[in-house]
Design a protein around this ligand. Structure first.
Ligand SMILES: NC(=O)c1ccc[n+]([C@@H]2O[C@H](COP(=O)([O-])OP(=O)(O)OC[C@H]3O[C@@H](n4cnc5c(N)ncnc54)[C@H](OP(=O)(O)O)[C@@H]3O)[C@@H](O)[C@H]2O)c1
Length: 412
């Protein structure tokens, strides 16, 4: 019986690990998993045991432990059989470059430099394989320290298993500035390549190192570079191997078409605001028609924005979402993220809290019914939280809306 069980286990892709009586259970599992499958593991033991002995040391009789992507299957003799299980982040979209982009990533905007390192650690150790960055978030150097410490062979995640995005800021659209800006992000992030580099916004600001060049009346000083000129140099970055894919952020459908009409390398991704109050169905359909994957930013409604309006609707407190959350035994955030990934949209929730970082990845163990997906779709009110604003005379007023390349004057 044991032989057939072992053969069955092997045929299911199990890994056999022999015990080492000279090591503690934790040391032993860590070292043999590292040896066998190249994983540096964090061991999570859950369960109640009656101290059944595994050779000389206690282990729960029915285990319930998961080690990154390994799950305990059986103990036979002095060996454990571990099954490779599907990792949450193995759910991905395939880009037009062939790259796999994990459906959930960690957002890093508003993540202070002194907290972002912990956030990255907490994300990587539980299986995040996708981090969304940008030069203008002013924290890429801290993220780079985290990458140096936790990314690489023998570390929490191998570089080739991590998907890192960064973005070209509005003051760097001039063709002569693009490569230097990309190299600065690479240097700060301590990486040799980016998986994806996006033009952050279609409209340019005045060139220079001040990310928000201002007039005396506090309005922004704009630039007039055509984003198609910027795109040509973005293509060069791919050819030089500095980035694997290039894409757009905050472009509308007309601007996407405009870039495609002049592109030798088509954009792989559009990153835009998207959540149940801004479902973006037309824009998503447009992107899919042209081979772009869509990433939803502010998928939880960005409640920690500094220009938040006290009267704005709070997505995380939506009664319909709350009802679905109670029904599934999940949080409202998980319902909204599940809705996105279930319709094939990548989502990049930001959190600095270890519990919420973990929660936001746990959206692959339940399914919303077709009716529930539709209910969430009907919550749309074309509500944009991310209309950039500036403070003039003590009041927040919309910024950029007069710029000819401002994207949100078109219907989608
Ligand atoms: N391309 C662009 O122009 C653009 C624009 C905006 C954002 N983005 C990207 O998208 C990312 C996400 O967007 P966002 O930061 O605007 O907002 P978001 O992810 O919609 O919301 C973040 C807020 O939600 C809270 N939160 C996180 N998980 C939660 C949970 N499970 N339950 C309850 N609250 C939760 C966070 O608080 P805690 O941190 O305290 O958990 C934070 O206050 C950004 O960080 C950035 O990487 C890109």
């Amino acid at each position: 019986m044991w032989t057939s069980l072992i053969l069955c286990a092997m045929s299911l892709g199990m890994v056999k690990v022999e015990e080492d009586p000279n090591k503690s259970v934790g040391q032993w599992l860590r070292s043999c998993l590292k040896e066998q499958v190249g994983l540096k593991v964090t061991l999570i033991l859950v369960g109640r045991g009656n101290n059944t002995s595994l050779v000389n040391r206690p282990l729960p009789p029915w285990i319930c432990f998961e080690i990154l992507n390994m799950r305990y299957f059986a103990k036979i003799g002095n060996a454990l059989y571990l099954q490779m299980v599907k990792m949450a982040t193995s759910d991905y979209v395939v880009l037009n470059t062939g790259q796999k982009m994990p459906l959930i990533g960690l957002g890093t905007w508003k993540n202070p430099p002194d907290e972002v390192k912990d956030a990255i650690y907490n994300a990587l150790k539980i299986g995040y394989h996708h981090i969304d960055c940008a030069a203008v978030y002013n924290n890429e150097a801290s993220i780079g320290e985290a990458f140096k410490q936790y990314v690489g062979a023998d570390k929490l995640v191998r570089r080739e298993d991590l998907f890192v995005t960064s973005k070209l800021w509005n003051t760097k659209h001039h063709p002569e500035d693009v490569e230097a800006a990309c190299c600065k992000s690479l240097e700060d992030l301590q990486l040799t390549y980016l998986d994806l580099y996006l033009i952050h916004w279609p409209h340019a600001f005045e060139r220079g190192d001040n990310p928000f060049p201002k007039n005396p009346d506090e309005t922004v000083r704009y630039g007039s570079i055509d984003y198609k000129e910027t795109w040509k140099v973005m293509e060069e970055l791919v050819r030089k191997g500095l980035v694997k894919a290039i894409g757009l952020s905050n472009f509308n459908s007309r601007q996407i078409d405009d870039v495609i009409s002049a592109a030798a390398i088509k954009p792989a991704v559009l990153q835009v605001e998207c959540h149940p109050y801004l479902v973006q169905n037309e824009l998503i359909a447009h992107c899919r028609k042209h081979g772009l994957a869509v990433t939803a930013y502010s998928p939880l409604g960005s409640p920690d924005r500094f220009w938040k309006d006290p009267d704005e609707p709070l997505l995380l407190q939506d009664a319909n979402i709350k009802t679905l959350a109670d029904k599934h035994g999940k949080s409202p955030a998980q319902i909204m993220l599940r809705w996105q990934v279930q319709r094939g949209v990548v989502a990049i929730p930001k959190s600095v809290n270890a519990g919420r970082i973990a929660q936001n990845l746990q959206v692959f163990d339940f399914t919303l019914t077709e009716d529930e997906m539709k209910i969430i779709g009907t919550l749309n009110r074309n509500w944009r939280y991310l209309v950039p604003k500036i403070k003039i005379g003590g009041k927040f007023v919309p910024r950029d809306a007069e710029h000819p390349d401002y994207p949100f004057n078109d219907p989608y």
